[in-house]
Design a protein around this ligand. Sequence first.
Ligand code: NAD
Length: 315
Amino acid sequence: MKDKILVTGGAGFIGSHLVDSLLKDGHSVLVIDNFDSYYDRTIKQNNIKEHVGSPGYQLIEADIRDRVSIDRIFNTWRPDVVIHLAAKAGVRPSIEDPLMYVEVNLLGTINVLDASVKYAVSRFIFASSSSVYGLNDKVPFSENDALLQVASPYGATKAAGEALCRSYSHCFQLPVTALRFFTVYGPRQRPDLAIHKFAAKIRNDEPIPLFGDGSTSRDYTYIDDIISGIRKAIDWNHKGYEAFNLGNDHPTTLLRLVQLLETALNKQAIIEWQPLQTGDVPQTWANVQKAHDFLGYNPSTDLETGICKFVEWMH
Ligand code: NAD
């Protein structure tokens, strides 16, 4: 029997790709998503249009902050594995509305954790983020580094979410794997993220805002590599708590990113220089050795190839 897998946030960017992959392998998948208004609902409906009606797929439009509904859904469906991706994502908006981030990313997470303990799920996977490292200046970032320099309320909710998960694993013997995603991109990428936003503007001959002097760098990670990392974490049988970086181990500066987009789009970008923004960090860079050793994670898409695939999807 294949595992019954519950995916929170399964209508979003990463979640919808994960559901593609799980359905393809014959899993029963239940998605909980509230079609949060952070970006357009029609984009999410489009993400899941191939899923709706597939055998083994079920979607419940519910909010993870609604404790009673979450309990009822678990009681009825009884998942084996929970992949908790639903969250308020995005660094800058978390500075505008930190309370909302705490409500969704922490209260919502507690509800999903409590139901996972109550209904004895065998594995819980938590979507964490490179943002937990914040202003860490030791590169590449490794899982042993102390998470003491978070630079945004978003990063704080992810670090606190990991701490909650660790405590649930310790107190209630829930097996938890936290996956720290590093700037994920590819088809269906969230429209607020740099690659998507820049590509759309360059294509339309609109100026792109570049914050800082272009030297900030990110470890951009292609969606297929992230999905393969999540799938390996699902298949990894363990007790206790473990956190892993899912990155690409190849940081790229903002200016280099723009050059790659210009090449892929065959257009020149119009750059509008802006001061660095509060909450942004100078760099991210994943050490992926631990994920490789424990999970067999092996990212294989370089940024040039991934950007071409993204641009192809966008056209
Ligand atoms: P996304 O916004 O596309 O997906 C998140 C989904 O969660 C959305 O479909 C949204 O409707 C849903 N959601 C939000 N609030 C909810 C609520 N209260 N109840 C139920 N559903 C709710 O974002 P994504 O980029 O796919 O990110 C998925 C996860 O990965 C998030 O936890 C995010 O913090 C994390 N992450 C993403 C990246 C990245 O680069 N995309 C990097 C690090 C971590």
